[in-house]
Every structure is written in C-alpha cells, then in structure tokens.
Design a protein around this ligand. Structure first.
Ligand SMILES: CC(C)(COP(=O)(O)OP(=O)(O)OC[C@H]1O[C@@H](n2cnc3c(N)ncnc32)[C@H](O)[C@@H]1OP(=O)(O)O)[C@@H](O)C(=O)NCCC(=O)NCCS
Length: 162
C-alpha cells in the first residue's frame, strides 16, 4: 500500500523539486525562485511525498484574503494518482483556516490537463492574457475560485464542479 502525504516544503527537497520543474515546464522556475518563496512569510509551499519520494509540489502566496496559486506540478511517473488533488485539497484547507475569499491562477491556454483539474474544483475562467507565457509564446487563461464563507458552517465544498 502506497502512502501519499503532503508536507511543508523544505530546502533539502529542492533537488528533486527542480528536476520535476524542468521536466514539466519549458519556462521553468529557477531554484532561487523556489528558495525565495520558501523563505517568504506569505508563501504556502507544499511538497507531496509518494512513500518517501518527492512526487509533486505546489507554490502559492496568501496576501490579505487573496491566494495566488503560482505553481503546481507532479512528476510524470506519478500522475493520475490524485497527487495534484491532495496538494489542492491542502491548499484550500489552509485558505479556509486563514479566511481567504478567493484563489486565483493563470494557466496556459493549451494546458487541458491542468484546466480540467481546476474546473473540477469549481474554478471559473475570468479572463485571458495574450502572450502571457514565453517558450513558446501563449495566452494565459485566468481562473478564480471564490471561497464562499457561507459554506464554512457546514464545511467548505472544495470540489465545486463535481
Ligand atoms: C496538471 C497536473 C498537475 C495534474 O496532476 P495529477 O497528480 O496527475 O492530477 P490528479 O491525479 O490529482 O488528477 C486530478 C484531476 O485532474 C484532471 N486531470 C489530470 N490530468 C489530466 C489529463 N491528463 N487529462 C484530463 N484531465 C486530467 C482530472 O479531472 C483528474 O481527476 P480524475 O483522475 O479523477 O479524472 C499534472 O498533469 C502536471 O504536473 N502537469 C504539468 C505541470 C502543469 O501543467 N502544471 C499546471 C500549471 S498551471
């Protein structure tokens, strides 16, 4: 039986995290970008461990009551096992604890896997930015999930779309 756990990101995990980042993105974040978010007091940086191996990560920032989900990726060999869902579930739980009103993100227009994931959580498209991404140049779809505080009493409905 495999064990999936979500833990706060540690600097000692940056080697495998950066290997996954480079495998996933043509415009990969630098190691320093990860490091500065880990050290940023508003950063929410999570690592997914599949047994004890780094399988994925999520990088977000919470400022006042707004959360920006800036990066999420899963090792290609660990996909479709619920790793991204576990990371998003934890982020939404943290947002709920901190009283966030919304979570926003940008995603490449051609990235249907990620868009399907977000749609299944009730994220909605709220805009589009031409040529937002480089390597290759591509538009970004802006998505937002409003966290309805009225749901708090009965527990948030975290997968709004399902
Ligand atoms: C998008 C990504 C993070 C999903 O990770 P994952 O661990 O495989 O996702 P999960 O197993 O938790 O899947 C959750 C849901 O996402 C959707 N999904 C994930 N991969 C999908 C795919 N290839 N095609 C369609 N839907 C997909 C499905 O709704 C899935 O639920 P289901 O398996 O019950 O159908 C992963 O494909 C990835 O790392 N991609 C490269 C990096 C990236 O694009 N990050 C997003 C940047 S905005």
């Amino acid at each position: 039986m495999h064990k999936l756990s979500i833990v706060p990101m540690e600097e000692s995990q940056l080697d495998p995290i950066h290997t996954i980042e480079r495998a996933c993105f043509t415009d990969a974040w630098s190691r320093n970008a990860f490091l500065s978010d880990i050290r940023y007091d508003k950063g929410v940086c999570l690592t997914a461990l599949w047994d004890s191996r780094v399988a994925g990560y999520l990088m977000a920032v919470i400022v006042l009551d707004e959360c920006s989900l800036n990066n999420i990726a899963v090792d290609p060999s660990c996909r479709r096992k619920g790793v991204a869902r576990a990371l998003l579930d934890r982020l939404l739980a943290i947002c709920r604890e901190r009283g966030c009103a919304s979570v926003t993100l940008e995603v490449r227009e051609s990235n249907f896997a990620a868009q399907s994931l977000y749609l299944s959580y009730g994220f909605e498209q709220v805009g589009r930015r031409e040529r937002y991404y480089t390597s290759p140049s591509e538009a970004a779809v802006l998505m937002t999930k409003n966290l309805d505080r009225r749901e708090e009493a009965g527990g948030y409905i975290e997968r709004g779309g399902k």
